[in-house]
Write a protein that binds this ligand. Structure first.
Ligand SMILES: NC(=O)c1ccc[n+]([C@@H]2O[C@H](COP(=O)([O-])OP(=O)(O)OC[C@H]3O[C@@H](n4cnc5c(N)ncnc54)[C@H](OP(=O)(O)O)[C@@H]3O)[C@@H](O)[C@H]2O)c1
Length: 307
């Protein structure tokens, strides 16, 4: 069995080493143009020439992330089996990130930090967490884990997805027709949608402007979801109180981008949930073995739906 590794912006060597150790009978190699046909591929944002040479002959193509938008942006052969990472240590990181941003906002820790730097001992009036309903766009692998984590801190939680969900204590809203209802009942909006034709630009002046007064955005899915100038206008007009952003239209975020220095915006460099190599290799190797035994695997992407 041959496994090709094709990782844009990632060092492939430790992946090759780890996959080789997990699957000793396989021949694992870094793909180069003209390489022999592989049975499986492990990829991140593969170039079109990789797809053109390899994809039609693959049993499966494993993405080393949860979001497959960079693959689906390519021309793909019909019937290609694209497999996403299923959690693999990412959901707990997303839960940490969202709870941190949410609690920092509710408890005004940014204000305390600024006061402390001035040597000032000043209390803030406690805010009511019941006034901060948290709405999560996307209740998949990551969104559901985040919903459960946020609930632990007694915030009201709502979620929006394509199909209805039954998660204890989470008000479920499903489908485009319920988006408006979901937004007007949300104060802190968390985005965990996949980037598809249906969700590109979904965070814009209309949707963000529909949030409850004092709205706040935690955006950790993909840069293409957010109309960035709409967010700045809404914050500067006082319609929104601020945002924590991990993903951007252009990454790395350009040095001159206003997000870096905006006093009400916190920026992290696409770091909310990093791919963990050891967990990911174990998961991919397990799925390759399952496919060899003819068993079904989880995480196969629906190419029509786009996630
Ligand atoms: N910033 C980072 O470091 C980072 C790391 C990992 C992932 N991500 C992003 O997070 C995204 C979510 O990951 P995941 O593993 O939770 O994905 P997932 O399991 O595929 O879940 C996606 C959720 O979005 C919902 N959804 C999709 N299209 C929709 C639409 N048009 N309308 C309403 N709901 C829609 C789905 O609804 P149904 O359940 O009804 O199908 C599902 O609940 C990834 O696609 C990726 O872009 C970012």
């Amino acid at each position: 069995m041959r496994i090709a590794v094709c990782l844009t912006d990632n060092n492939p060597a430790p992946w090759v080493q780890g996959l080789q150790a997990a699957l000793p009978d396989a021949e694992v190699f870094v793909w180069e143009p003209g390489a022999p046909q592989a049975d499986h591929a492990v990829v991140w944002a593969p170039p079109q020439n990789f797809i053109d040479e390899q994809a039609a002959g693959l049993k499966a193509m494993f993405n080393i992330g949860a979001g497959v938008d960079a693959i689906l942006a390519r021309r793909l052969p019909p019937g290609l089996k694209v497999v996403r990472l299923d959690d693999a240590g990412m959901s707990v990181q997303m839960a940490e990130y969202v709870c941190h941003a949410l609690i920092r906002h509710l408890r005004e820790f940014d204000v305390y930090e600024a006061e402390a730097r001035q040597g000032r001992w000043v209390f803030r009036k406690p805010l009511e967490r019941s006034d901060f309903p948290v709405g999560i766009l996307g209740l998949g692998v990551l969104g559901e884990r985040v919903a459960r984590a946020v609930q632990q801190f007694d915030f009201p939680v709502l979620g929006w997805s394509r199909t209805p969900k039954a998660i204890d204590g989470v008000r479920s809203f499903a489908g485009e027709a319920r988006l408006g209802d979901f937004l007007v009942n949300t104060r802190v909006l968390v985005n965990l949608l996949p980037l598809t034709d249906a969700t590109r630009g979904i965070l814009n002046k209309t949707t963000l402007g529909a949030l409850k007064p004092g709205g706040y955005l935690i955006h950790i899915a993909r840069g293409g979801h957010l109309v960035e100038e709409d967010l700045i206008a809404l914050i500067d007009s006082g319609r929104l109180t601020g945002a924590t952003l991990d993903v951007f239209q252009q990454e790395p975020l350009p040095a001159e981008h206003p997000f870096w220095r905006h006093p009400k915006i916190s920026v992290t460099p696409h770091a909310s949930a990093r791919t963990l190599r050891r967990e990911s290799i174990a998961q991919i190797a397990g799925k390759i073995r399952a496919l060899q035994r003819g068993e079904p695997i989880a995480g196969v992407v629906n190419l029509e739906r786009g996630y």
